[in-house]
Every structure is written in structure tokens, then in C-alpha cells.
Design a protein around this ligand. Structure first.
Ligand SMILES: Cc1cc2nc3c(=O)[nH]c(=O)nc-3n(C[C@H](O)[C@H](O)[C@H](O)COP(=O)(O)O)c2cc1C
Length: 196
């Protein structure tokens, strides 16, 4: 098997769900965001917006607001499992979806753009790999995507974080100094078919 630092980072990256409260070095955060900005985009449109939230009061407010809005939502047996859990947990009032991470990066893109989710996903993966490569933990968080048609949350994101209403939050990523040793990767799914 070929091995090099890039492939090693890809193999070592894990979702981290426990963080130290200290803020990572600014140059590491900037390197991660820059990696997101290097991601490919459909037609090279480069419309993905990176909103980097390091203000702890804003983070707490956003998490509390998301809990409030999830708690109002209905679900049934067809509701996607993770969203159903979000609604259930929010109804208990305790749903630490940001895992105490000091940094949240929201990626948003034009609602009218056909590749909005794909471009944002490319950016998120670049950032998660970059975080791993500079010794930071990260985890994709999808809660703000699920609420990206929620007028209350979007109004607050516009006011507090300057995300235009014409944009949809397509995903998010928390990042920080891991407070847990990442487990060894276990890749058991993902069938591969070679047609030779
Ligand atoms: C589209 C997508 C959405 C995800 N949403 C969440 C999420 O909301 N919260 C969370 O803790 N992890 C989330 N994850 C992380 C996955 O749970 C994780 O990647 C998966 O369990 C594999 O673990 P690994 O990242 O350590 O390889 C998401 C991952 C993807 C690709």
C-alpha cells in the first residue's frame, strides 16, 4: 500500500466529540479555513461562505436557540434517525450538539445554486482533514443545516453572524483541542466494485 502524509491524515481523522475549552492557536484555525477555501466547487463558482464563530456567547446562544427550535418540531417513523434524536434530546432541554468545542464553522451557500450541498461537503472534508493534520479535533455538525429553513434561527444567524438570508446553511464543523484519544478507524462498509 502506498503511504504518505496526506493518506495518513485521511486514515487517522476521526470525529471528535469531547474538547478542551481552550481556544486553538489562531494560525491553526486560519490554516483549516484556508484548506476549506481550497476545496473544489461546481463550475469553480467559489460561493461557499465560511462563518467562523469563536465568540463563546454566540456559540451558547446558537446552541440554546437550536434546542428551542428542535423542541417545537414534530417527528414520525419516517423522520431521519439523527434528526429524530435531535428533536427528542431537545425536548429534554439537554442537547450539547457542539460538544463544548470552542470553534464552530458554518458553511453556507446560495439557496438557488444546484451544487450548494456538494460544494459545502467538499469544503467540510478539506477542513476536517486539515484540522487533523495540524493536531486539532473536529466533527461535522448538521443541526444548523436541519434548521436552515427555520425563520427564527436564520434571522439570528443573519443578525449575529451576518449569514445572508439568500444562503442556506449546508453544514457545520466544530473544532478544537481534543479531550479524548481518537479511536482507531474501523472501515467496514463502503462496498468497492472494480470493473476491469
Ligand atoms: C453528512 C454528515 C453529517 C454528520 N452529522 C453529524 C452530526 O450532526 N453530529 C455528529 O456528532 N456527527 C455527525 N457526523 C459525523 C459522523 O457521525 C461520523 O463521520 C461517522 O460516525 C464516522 O466516524 P468518523 O468521522 O470518526 O470516521 C456527520 C457526518 C456526515 C458525513
Amino acid at each position: 500500500m502506498i503511504q504518505n502524509p496526506t493518506l495518513q491524515t485521511i486514515q487517522e481523522r476521526r470525529s471528535i466529540r469531547r474538547y478542551r475549552p481552550d481556544m486553538p492557536d489562531r494560525d491553526k484555525i486560519e490554516a483549516v479555513i484556508e484548506a476549506g477555501r481550497c476545496a473544489p466547487s461546481g463550475g469553480n463558482t467559489q460561493t461557499t461562505r465560511f462563518t467562523v464563530i469563536t465568540n463563546q456567547m454566540v456559540l451558547e446562544k446558537l446552541q440554546a436557540l437550536a434546542i428551542e427550535e428542535f423542541a417545537k418540531m414534530e417527528y414520525d417513523e419516517h423522520t431521519y434517525g439523527s434528526l429524530r434524536n435531535a428533536i427528542r434530546n431537545s425536548r429534554t432541554g439537554h442537547y450539547p450538539m457542539l460538544f463544548g468545542a470552542p470553534v464552530l464553522v458554518l458553511v453556507s451557500n446560495l439557496r438557488t445554486y444546484a451544487n450548494n450541498y456538494s460544494d459545502c461537503a467538499c469544503a467540510l472534508e478539506n477542513m476536517m482533514l486539515a484540522a487533523c493534520s495540524v493536531g486539532l479535533g473536529s466533527c461535522w455538525v448538521n443541526q444548523f443545516r436541519w434548521l436552515s429553513d427555520n425563520p427564527v434561527l436564520m434571522a439570528q444567524l443573519q443578525e449575529m453572524c451576518h449569514i445572508p438570508l439568500e444562503e442556506k446553511v449546508c453544514g457545520g464543523m466544530v473544532m478544537g483541542i481534543a479531550d479524548i484519544a481518537p479511536k482507531k478507524p474501523a472501515v467496514t462498509g463502503y462496498p468497492v466494485t472494480w470493473v476491469e
